[in-house]
Design a protein around this ligand. Structure first.
Ligand code: SF4
Ligand code: SF4
Length: 435
């Protein structure tokens, strides 16, 4: 399955005198001129596409009266055949994203063709501001069917919904979800007139999700049926209330997939702290004022606790790195024996206090500061799946988030030490610091 591949801006770092991307593109395009404008790149928001999207059904191609625009069946790239272009500008009007350009001297349409699959602007940028977003890599993991109806009532900007929708499309129809009261319940069950999922969902109590799954797995095995039995549960349930049942099922090597969406608190009941809430966080049960400075201890690192159970597969994941997550969930699905556990940090705009359009930025910075490193553990080996060469200081992450706003320099340094200590613990496992 192909598409949608494009170059996007991933960092707001462009100095005012840099034109390296534009120059690299101009060089590639020869005498036709660049299809990238560095000043527009400077103005673009983070994660915004700065090139043509290589649409799956390109309207520019459909509009062209002279078959001058073609799409490569293999890689989805849409390009102009210069000899066929008659300069009518129909494609310029047709592109809904204003991505077709026109060279009025040559009287010819121009567009980005991703340099055939290795965009030169990305490699030319000296500041790492650009990324080649490989949508077709991600889509290759997904079924076409979207099992979650539109109009869900999760909070605006919630990446927990993105992960749930995405997980369903990876897992497919032979899947039964299990959960308990939490932020995602209204998605999984639907509620009154609200939207819901078309995949079966077993609604459990906080204390019996994993044991209900175990019973279902044993019954399915008895009748010779196979299905993906998947928990989608928040950190409050898994790291606190349900932990005993989870640990026991892990030790028994039950064949279950457990996905923990970690929004670091009991967010649907009003932002109370959980075991995974980070040091310093302001929550309704770790307030700030007088002697109180938010949560006064480190968080519980659930994924390493699951490694200690030596189950079949453990991974961490982020909605900001969807291809990494898709690969990991696919691995979890293919585990033949025993439990798989994926711990997904899902930044919560409502409870953590950041704008609803910043969830992915926060998720990305969690990884880039080593606050939430991405790794996987299988067959006794733990390895990083996304290596950060120069981690950013933790202050770059906390400054985006309201729950840390009260922290002074000493407290930030303490949080930095905790982050470093946790990251160094990964080094105890073979191959952990290799990519
Ligand atoms: S030029 Fe416009 S319509 Fe054509 S593929 Fe690119 S974004 Fe789509
Ligand atoms: S080369 Fe990189 S830093 Fe320079 S303008 Fe282009 S995107 Fe920005």
């Amino acid at each position: 399955m192909k598409l949608s591949n494009f170059v996007r801006k991933i960092r707001n770092v462009c100095p005012s005198d840099c034109f390296a991307c534009e120059e690299a593109c101009a060089k590639k395009m020869g005498n036709l001129g660049s299809v990238i404008n560095a000043n527009q790149v400077r103005k673009a928001g983070v994660y915004k596409a700065i090139t043509c999207l290589q649409c799956r059904k390109p309207e520019c191609k459909d509009a062209c009266p002279n078959d001058a625009i073609v799409q490569d069946e293999e890689n989805g790239i849409v390009r102009v055949i210069q000899e066929n272009c008659i300069g009518c500008e129909t494609c310029i009007e047709a592109c809904p994203h204003q991505n077709m350009l026109f060279d009025s001297n040559a009287r010819m349409a121009l567009k980005c063709d991703l340099c055939g699959g290795a965009p030169e602007c990305v490699s030319a940028c000296p500041y790492g501001a650009l990324e080649f977003f490989r949508g077709d890599n991600i889509r290759s993991y997904l079924s076409d069917e979207d099992f979650l109806s539109p109009g869900t009532r999760a909070c605006a900007g919630c990446p927990g919904e993105l992960i749930y929708r995405f997980s369903q499309r990876i897992l497919g129809s032979n899947t039964v979800f299990f959960g308990c009261p939490g932020c995602m319940t209204i998605l999984m069950t639907g509620h009154e007139t609200m939207a819901g999922s078309r995949l079966p969902y077993v609604s459990c109590l906080f204390t019996n999700v994993i044991s209900t799954m175990t019973g279902t797995y044993r019954y399915y095995r008895h009748i010779g049926k196979e299905a993906n039995l998947v928990a989608y549960i928040g950190d409050g349930c898994l790291s606190d209330i349900e932990f005993q049942a989870l640990s026991a099922a892990a030790m028994r090597k039950e064949k279950l997939i457990v996905l923990c969406y970690d929004n670091e608190g009991y967010q649907n009941t009003g932002n109370q702290m959980s075991s995974t809430t980070a040091f310093g966080s302001l929550t309704t049960t770790s307030p700030v004022g007088g002697e109180l400075h938010g949560k006064d201890r480190d968080s519980k690192y659930m994924p390493l606790i699951m490694v200690a159970h030596d189950i079949s597969y453990v991974a961490t994941a982020s909605p900001a790195y969807l291809e990494d997550y898709a690969r990991k969930l696919t691995k979890a699905m293919n585990v033949k024996d025993g439990m798989s556990y994926i711990h997904i940090l899902t930044p919560c705009p409502t409870g953590w206090g950041f704008p609803i359009d910043k969830s992915i930025d926060v998720g990305k910075l969690a990884v880039e500061t080593n606050y939430f490193p991405l790794w996987e553990y299988e067959q006794g080996v733990l390895r990083l799946t996304y290596k950060i060469n120069t981690p950013q200081p933790i202050g770059d992450y906390t400054k985006l988030i309201g729950r840390y706003r009260h922290m002074n320099e000493d407290e930030l340094q303490q949080l930095q030490r905790l982050v470093d200590k946790r990251f160094n613990k990964l080094g105890f496992y073979p191959q952990s610091l290799q990519q």
